[in-house]
Each structure stands twice: as C-alpha cells, then as structure tokens.
Design a protein around this ligand. Structure first.
Ligand code: ARG
Length: 263
C-alpha cells in the first residue's frame, strides 16, 4: 500500500475523475488509515508501504504497480502519460527489495493487478481501456500459465478489478454488463460460482473488494442483498468507506497490491 500523502484529483483519465470534484485530503487520509488498520490489525495481513512521491497522485493505487509472481514483479506500462512517472518509482522500490523486474515491451500497455487477476492457476486479463489484448501472449510467457483475455465493454469499469473480484478458487464477484458475450462465457465457464452484482452495487465499486481468507473488505453502502449472498457463502464482510478514492475511480482493491498469492 502507499499512503495518500500526495493524493489529489490532478487530471481526468477515467469517467469517475472530475477536476471540479476534488478529494478531501484529510478525509482521504483517515479513510486510507482505517483500511490499513483493518487489514493489519483485525485481519492480520502483513502490509509493506511504498513511500509516496510528490507529483504522482495515483501512486496510492498500488494495484496498478504491476503483478507479483513469486520474487518477480511484472512492472506495469501505463497507458496514460499522467501515470507513467510511477513506473521508475515502483521499479526502484521492488528492485531494492530483491525482486527481479520483468517488463513488457513499451508498445504493450499493461496496468498490473488492476487488469490481471488469478482464478486458481489461470490468469484473467482485462483489456481495452488500459491494458492491451496483445499483452496476453507476453504475459503468458512470463507467468508460464494460461492467460485468458477478457474485453471490457463499459468505460466506467475500465480495469478488470472494477468489475471482477475472485474470492477463492470457486467464487468471484462480477458485474456481467461490464463484459461482452465472450467474456461472460469465459467467466461462466471457468468460475464455478460467479456471484453477479447489481448495477447499483457495481457503481458503488462492490467488485473492487479485497479478499483476505474468508474476509471480504468492501466499499460501504452495498446492498443488503449482496451482503446476505456473501454471508451465505461463508464470507465475513468488512465495510470501508473510501468515498474520497471513488472520486479517482478506485476503492479498496485498487489501494492494495498482493505481494503473495493467496494459498
Ligand atoms: N485514477 C486512477 C486511474 O484512473 C485509479 C486507478 C484505480 N485502480 C484500479 N486498480 N482499478 O488510473
């Protein structure tokens, strides 16, 4: 994770961002701290902190830093110049910690865990708005696993982690309307128990949840129906209000990068 010390809405690169709708910085700091405390204290997750950097307001969204495989970081190639300055900062941090850095050729955009999520031994790759479909072959070569490219169909759900959230080897939250027919088929085929969320829940970023074991850390304000469905499947829900980060188009999952794959 990365503290929101320099977090602001400094540009508009997704439909949620409006320069005229600024984030309240002290509220953002409190909300981020509450997420951090929940993950570390109550859920006993070990969290490493990437130092914030001036002029890189979206560095807080560490899910986009890259994809970690063992001791290798597959570093992101950001689509928008506004975020490309994060690349060397991330690379230096991981290199110093002994990670090997893998990079895709510059011509391929890839936004890390924002668009690349594991379901068992398969890597699902969201493409179109941020990552490129063509990156999937390169990725497959690096990870040595099957990579399933899924086209994203609605620009409000521009990263895969805004509309798809694997919770364990069998279940995942998803918003079907964010995918095309082929994508819906793939998810229906490879995810044993997909749990579709309503449009209202999807817009509240319900799919941008962090799963820690059987705990699901999710944006506050999701429907009672979804909470009941999750509880029925044996998940415990922890609601977090990340309203200041929604203004940049992100919630809990965007603020976290997994350093180790869930067992
Ligand atoms: N403002 C950031 C962007 O548009 C938000 C990134 C959200 N991250 C994510 N993993 N969905 O790039």
């Amino acid at each position: 994770m990365c503290r929101p010390t320099h977090y602001t809405i400094a540009y508009e690169i997704n439909p949620w961002m409006r320069l005229s709708r600024q984030a309240n910085q002290s509220r953002a700091a409190r909300q981020w701290q509450a997420l951090y405390d929940l993950l570390t204290t109550r859920l006993h997750a070990r969290v490493q902190l990437l130092p914030p950097a001036r002029g890189l307001p979206d560095l807080v969204f560490t899910a986009n830093a890259g994809l970690v495989m063992g001791r290798t970081l597959i570093r992101s190639n950001f689509r928008h110049p506004e975020r490309q300055g994060e690349e060397p900062v991330v690379e230096r941090y991981f290199r110093r910690r002994g990670f090997r850095i893998a990079r895709l050729p510059r011509a391929f955009n890839f936004e890390g865990e924002g668009d690349a999520l594991w379901v068992g031994e398969r890597l699902f790759l969201g493409f179109r708005f941020r990552s490129d479909a063509t990156a999937h072959e390169q990725l497959a070569r690096i990870v040595g696993r099957e990579v399933l490219p899924l086209e994203l169909a609605d620009r409000r759900f521009y990263h895969l982690d805004t509309c798809f959230c694997p919770l364990d080897a069998a279940s995942a939250l998803w918003y079907p309307k964010a995918f095309d027919r082929y994508g819906r088929r793939v998810i229906d085929t490879y995810v044993r128990e997909p749990l579709a969320v309503s449009t209202a829940d999807a817009r509240r970023f319900a799919c941008n949840a962090v799963s820690v074991g059987r705990a699901v850390v999710i944006q506050a304000g999701i429907s009672r129906r979804l909470k009941t469905q999750l509880a029925r499947r044996g998940f415990t829900i922890y609601e977090v209000n990340l309203s200041e980060f929604l203004k940049a188009g992100g919630s809990a999952k965007c603020l976290v990068l997994r350093l180790r794959r869930a067992p």
